[in-house]
Design a protein around this ligand. Structure first.
Ligand code: UD1
Ligand code: CA
Length: 451
């Protein structure tokens, strides 16, 4: 958008020992995505915007997550942890390719916004060599302090190297920095490790730039946006901040929520118009909710597509691969997984539909179970349009229930049930009224067999 090319370098080589976890820190989740995925989502994207992710040795899992989110990302390994400047230089080749702007962000700072990163590119355009993101810390202990003079940034002093007077400064380094691509490498290469930790500090870039007669400036943001995650408690705080943002955005987009504070969303949740979400709903990653759909209380939804005017819950669990057609209905205590329900299909009570396709307008009675697993393999169940499955039936997959067929209550179906074509043509009771005509039209179009 700025018309400038960029390279965003994400530092993610830390182990995160304080998380007390075998999972690397940046793969912990907030708002339905890894810390790393949120940072990558904020990085500039599109034409001329590159990304390099710096990972620790043997951290293929972190590299894989980066690739999943940004397939164009270059993954580079920092073999030894010798400091933030050393980590940035692991991406030397990418820097040498010569972007206008080089941004450095931390993989454990998931609340950073795209708007702030764009704002950091502004002073570069105006001739600054280094831009540092600053914030006023409620408790500055541990952060690098920003030393300013006449509006210019003079140096960053790390906690351990700061004097008593410098420690009183509350303007702190968030860790996010931006460099003019033309001078980035010469500054980075000049950074040494003569400090209390013998680390190559990225923060020394400021003093070095000034010594070279280049300009360094700071931009301020809120502490909320630059919270780094080091502990499980901070992970929970970041979740709260993100949920507040997501609920706000959903309300602004027109979603009706009477108790938004009880609804959990994911960063990638997508809503149509006039969607209603009742209290106490959890929406995991990969969920799309179309116009006019209603999600009733206590429903849990992950990787699912909910069609227009569909209704879910209360107490429904939609697992990955669920897709509901227009006006489809999932009632209480129903679980679905890898299941496509066509328009108007109804599964109202106490049912499991897994690895299945339910045709247009089919009605699945209470207590129906698709027995998809034989102890070794999963099998599919296909239920034709307009079929009626009586209560408490077990459909033992692989099995196909024909269009318009009628399954009596309490059946255990182990063999395919044929289409009830005659009954369908006569418009008999096997077809529920509204759907009989629809089904005949479908047959007329040559689509007699459900998919
Ligand atoms: C850093 C800043 C400090 C700032 C603070 C904000 C430096 C020298 N200090 O301190 O001014 O206030 O962040 O949170 O930059 N990393 C690597 N490889 C390394 C070292 C670090 O990938 O060799 C990554 C870490 O995984 C982490 C980030 O860089 O994501 C920051 O490193 P960390 O050691 O946490 O820096 P701080 O001491 O917190
Ligand atoms: Ca840190």
């Amino acid at each position: 958008m700025t018309g400038r090319t960029s390279l965003t370098i994400v530092l993610a080589a830390g182990e995160g020992t304080r998380m007390r976890s075998s999972i690397p820190k940046v793969l912990h989740q907030v708002a339905g995505g890894s810390l790393l995925s949120h940072v990558l989502a904020a990085a500039p994207s599109g034409e001329g915007a590159g990304v390099a992710v710096v990972i620790g040795p043997q951290r293929e899992d972190v590299g894989a997550e980066a690739k999943r989110v940004r397939p164009d990302a270059a993954i580079v390994v920092q073999a030894e942890r010798l400091g933030t400047a050393h980590a940035v230089l692991a991406a030397r080749e990418a820097i040498e390719r010569g972007a206008d702007d080089v941004l450095v962000v931390f993989g454990d700072t998931p609340l950073i916004s795209a708007a702030t990163l764009a704002r950091m590119q502004e002073p570069l355009k105006a001739g600054a060599a280094v831009v540092v993101l600053g914030f006023r810390a409620a408790d500055p202990t541990g952060y690098g302090r920003l030393l300013t003079k006449n509006g210019e940034l003079v140096a960053i002093r790390e906690q351990n190297d700061a004097s008593a007077a410098e420690r009183l400064i509350d303007l702190c380094n968030a860790g996010v920095m931006a460099f003019d691509g033309r001078t980035a490498l010469q500054i980075l290469d000049a950074i040494g490790n003569a400090n209390s930790k013998s680390e190559y500090y990225l923060t020394d870039a400021v003093g070095i730039a000034r010594d070279k007669g280049l300009r360094a400036v700071t931009i301020e943001t809120s502490e909320d946006e630059v919270r780094g995650i080091n502990t499980k408690a901070q992970l929970a705080e970041a979740e709260a901040v993100l949920q507040t943002r997501l609920r706000q955005a959903a309300l602004e987009a027109g979603v009706t929520m009477t108790a938004p504070e009880s609804v959990y969303l994911s960063a990638d949740t997508s809503f149509g118009k006039d969607v209603t979400i009742e209290p106490f709903v959890v929406i995991g990653p990969g969920v799309t909710i179309a116009d006019g759909a209603v999600i009733h209380s206590f429903s849990h939804i992950v990787e699912a597509t909910i069609g227009k005017k569909a209704s879910v819950g209360p107490y429904a669990r939609l697992r990955p691969g669920t897709s509901l057609g227009e006006g489809a209905k999932i009632g209480n205590f129903v679980e679905t997984k890898n299941a496509v329900l066509d328009a108007g299909a109804k599964v109202n009570h106490l049912t499991y539909i897994g690895d299945a396709h339910v045709g247009v307008g089919a009605n699945i009675g209470a207590g129906t179970i698709t027995c998809n697993y034989d102890g070794f393999k999963k099998h599919r169940t296909v239920i034709g349009a307009g079929a009626f499955v009586g209560s408490n039936s077990s459909l033992v997959a692989p099995v196909r229930i024909g269009a318009g067929a009628y399954v009596g209550s309490g059946s255990v179906i182990t063999k395919d049930v044929a289409d009830d074509a005659l009954a369908v043509e006569r418009g008999e009771q096997t077809m529920r009224p509204g759907w009989a005509k629809r089904f005949r039209d479908m047959k007329a179009r040559g689509k007699s067999k459900p998919a």
